[in-house]
Design a protein around this ligand. Sequence first.
Ligand SMILES: C[S@@+](CC[C@H](N)C(=O)[O-])C[C@H]1O[C@@H](n2cnc3c(N)ncnc32)[C@H](O)[C@@H]1O
Length: 238
Amino acid sequence: MYTQSFDIYDTIYQLEKDYSIEAEKIDYLLQQLPANPTTILDVACGSGEHAHHLYNKFKYSVDGIDIEPGFVEIAQKKNPSGVFIQGDMSNFDIGRKYDVVLCLFSSIGYVQTKRALCDTLTCIAKHLNSSGYLILEPWLEPTNDLSSLSTIIEAVDPKTKIQVTRKRSAYAEENISVLDIEYSIKLPKETKQFKEQHRLGMFSREEMAEAFQQAELIFTYAEQGLHNKGIYLAKLAV
Ligand SMILES: C[S@@+](CC[C@H](N)C(=O)[O-])C[C@H]1O[C@@H](n2cnc3c(N)ncnc32)[C@H](O)[C@@H]1O
């Protein structure tokens, strides 16, 4: 997955996403909730950008978990007030509950299978306070066209001025979307090149609904999400 690219993630996504605006949207959503949420767990937190803005702008206390140790280290450095740990979202136990769990930017697709989707939502449910909420951004559905995911982008790190090129080809293998990615990083004395393959499960709305139900969560879905996908808002059924 991001084993080789974690340290250029922020350089690439500064072009595609505005985490500051997304944090504002999350805060707006959280302010509509009946309880007054203050504690957040960011599942599949990546480089900890949402945590950074949610803490700095709105003073939420944010912890995070991610499977990629490189991301955990970056997120922890960026967010010294939180606790960031390495773990698999389909099988984790942090030993405490939160007012809000986030699972953003389609990270849920990485679990690939319906079984792991149910396990993930069940794990998340165990980390919610009785009045807590999950905010989840889904990945694509099996009927979606993948052609717009085949892109070439060039980005420059604003601090180091290092130039990164990412060439991505996307195709489907049944209900798995496969992203073959080639990176080229222009360092002062050499150009580093490597490839990664990302595989994300595409779950239908019905499969998502079934998984929420099995995890004993009730949910609403809105087309208008934080970025370019919809959003699920879920809470414990009892
Ligand atoms: C698209 S990135 C999103 C990162 C971050 N949430 C964001 O919005 O920038 C997907 C993230 O999911 C993480 N991930 C993939 N599979 C995972 C798993 N099984 N458990 C925990 N994290 C996982 C990746 O390491 C990566 O950080």
